[in-house]
Design a protein around this ligand. Structure first.
Ligand SMILES: Nc1ncnc2c1ncn2[C@@H]1O[C@H](COP(=O)(O)OP(=O)(O)OP(=O)(O)O)[C@@H](O)[C@H]1O
Ligand SMILES: [Mg+2]
Length: 282
């Protein structure tokens, strides 16, 4: 079986920009992978994910999604059904008067028959836990609920891949948690997930981390390998557990670093406590 998504030597520049925004990027994505895309502001992350669902077309190189080429006009419709996008600001994504109409909107544009559409809207709203809110105007919902409506609108197409472009950055802790829970569930069911994020505690759950810097792809690594690199020049921050493991290592040089989860921290702590090197009563 071939790769699910391929970016082959893509170069992309916005009109009037003197240098390309993305310069010779190649990568492949397999079905079912969960990929985090990270990098400083303006590095080209949003541009990269917009190229994947054909919102932008590269000036050279190719983007192939499930065999469809984003540069071929007639391929865009199937690509948009395969790859759904959820953006940062839930308010900018809402167009309809009720939650139900919002989720139906995209399907109507694709000419999905009414009965089929009803079934899809109900299934998508039940999936995100908002079927009971279907008659409400979306602008009365919380930020987290609005993002779940946006996710339902994407899910109504039964996408094989979902792209989240900083979809939780404007949400409070509860909203963030509800979206992250959905994301983990979708991944568990085999949906390919690309998530652009500044949250390093989210990144540790990915299968692969892509670091974009000034339009180039610097790293394509597992989180464990990625966070063991010197990332100091990329303005990224570290996962909370890695911050703590770095501090502990300053005191006990045997302590492993970087550790990426609180569970790993506790296991390491227990290990060294058993050996008597770390005294819990200290
Ligand atoms: N529509 C546009 N027209 C011209 N330049 C643009 C446009 N959109 C983005 N850019 C420029 O392209 C570069 C990459 O932008 P992009 O939005 O892809 O970055 P990003 O990594 O998503 O940043 P952020 O973390 O702030 O979302 C930036 O220099 C930006 O100013
Ligand atoms: Mg962006």
């Amino acid at each position: 079986m071939g790769d699910f998504i391929t970016l082959d030597g893509i170069v992309f520049g916005y009109e009037k920009s003197p240098a390309p925004t993305l310069d010779h990027i190649s990568l492949t994505i397999q079905k079912g992978e969960r990929i985090a895309v990270v990098g400083a502001n303006g590095s080209g992350k949003s541009t990269l994910v917009k190229l994947i669902n054909g919102l932008l077309i590269p000036q050279s190189g190719k983007v192939i999604v499930a065999g469809y080429d984003t540069a071929i006009r007639s391929h865009l419709q199937p690509i948009r059904r395969i790859v759904g996008m959820v953006f940062q600001n839930p308010d900018n994504q809402i167009v309809a008067g009720t939650v139900e109409e919002e989720v139906a909107f995209g399907l109507q544009n694709y000419g999905v028959p009414t009965e089929e559409m009803r079934k899809r809207v109900q299934a998508a709203l039940e999936y995100v836990g908002l079927w009971s809110e279907r008659m409400r105007p979306p602008d009365q919902l919380s930020g987290g609920q609005k993002q779940r409506v946006a996710i339902a609108a994407a899910l109504a197409f039964s996408p094989e891949c979902l792209i989240f472009d900083e979809a939780t950055s404007m949400l409070d802790a509860e909203g963030r948690h509800s979206v992250m829970t959905l994301l983990a569930r979708l991944k568990g069911e085999g949906t390919t997930i690309l998530s652009v994020t500044h949250d390093m505690d989210e990144v540790v759950h990915a299968d692969r981390v892509l670091l974009v810097n000034k339009g180039s792809l610097i790293y394509d690594e597992s989180p464990a390998v990625f966070f063991s690199k010197d990332l100091s020049s990329y303005r990224l921050g570290r996962p909370l557990a890695a911050e703590i493991s770095a501090l502990l290592r300053n005191r006990f040089h045997q302590f492993s670093h970087p550790l990426l989860s609180v569970e790993a921290l506790l296991a390491e702590w227990d290990h060294w406590r058993m050996t008597g090197i770390v005294d819990a009563t200290e």
